[in-house]
Design a protein around this ligand. Structure first.
Ligand code: UDP
Length: 234
């Protein structure tokens, strides 16, 4: 499958049309941003790692029965995906307090949630992706009630499957962000699943093994991304 015109360039990925109007090619970049674009940098080979890790996890989720946009890995940096219409929502799933949740509720990072917490944010860079509830989502037509119900159910299933998979690899899944799209009228999982979008802590030491190393200047960013991928491939 050949790349045609570029449709969209985001912070971490480029999306291209293909000869098949129902398929896109996603190219993963090494560029990294944090704090709504305020901090910019690159993480060497991140694009390759995130492409491979997303391919691996989308394959696992498809096997478990969660529909995704993933069609196949094309090469180191590119995957073929279904041409979805992305819903303007970021779906955040939290098992342990960290990041903005710890700050907002005054919790220490690492405090376990008694039950899994789901949050929705309106995907809008100019507004800084504000948090919205299900009433807002319906009231401003970001998604329908039925779509939100499906998204909730898929997000919780993804959490269950990924948690179990990561812990086998010595990684705790603290929180993560998902995006969903609509394809042939159906809601499916889209975007990526990588150390850019998940918080992963070493199960023994609680060492941060994700984008927080970049956000918080913790060092060994590239090495840690590589380490996560190689653990998952074992
Ligand atoms: N996240 C993401 N993209 C975003 C915001 C959050 O991938 O635009 C992920 C983030 O990596 C973490 C989870 O969602 O795994 C929860 O992030 P949080 O709300 O704590 O925000 P942050 O601390 O990243 O500002």
């Amino acid at each position: 499958m050949k790349k045609l015109e570029m449709l969209y360039e985001g912070k971490a990925k480029k999306v291209y049309k293909t000869e098949d109007e129902k398929k896109y090619i996603v190219e993963y970049k090494d560029d990294a941003t944090a704090f709504n674009g305020l901090k910019k940098g690159t993480i060497g080979d991140k694009g390759i790692i995130n492409n491979k890790m997303s391919a691996l996890l989308f394959t696992l989720l498809e096997e478990k029965g969660v529909p995704t946009h993933f069609e196949g890995q094309l090469n180191d940096r590119e995957m073929l995906v279904k041409a979805v219409e992305i819903l303007p929502l970021e779906v955040i799933v939290r098992n342990v307090a960290a990041g903005s949740l710890a700050k907002r509720l005054g919790l220490d990072e690492g405090v376990e949630m008694k039950t899994t917490v789901l949050e929705f944010c309106f995907k809008n860079d100019a507004l800084g992706d504000p948090m919205v509830n299900e009433d807002h989502i319906e009231a401003i037509a970001l998604a329908t009630k039925e779509q939100v119900a499906l998204i909730r159910s898929y997000a919780l299933q993804v959490n269950q499957y990924l948690r179990a998979f990561f812990i086998e690899k010595g990684l705790k899944l603290i929180d993560f962000k998902l995006e969903f799209g609509v394809y042939e009228g159906k809601v499916i999982l889209a975007d990526e699943i990588s150390p850019d979008t998940c918080r992963l802590w070493d199960a023994e030491t609680n060492r941060k093994m994700d984008k927080d190393r970049f956000r918080r200047d913790l060092g060994e960013v590239e090495e840690t991304y590589q380490e996560v991928l190689s653990r998952l491939q074992k």
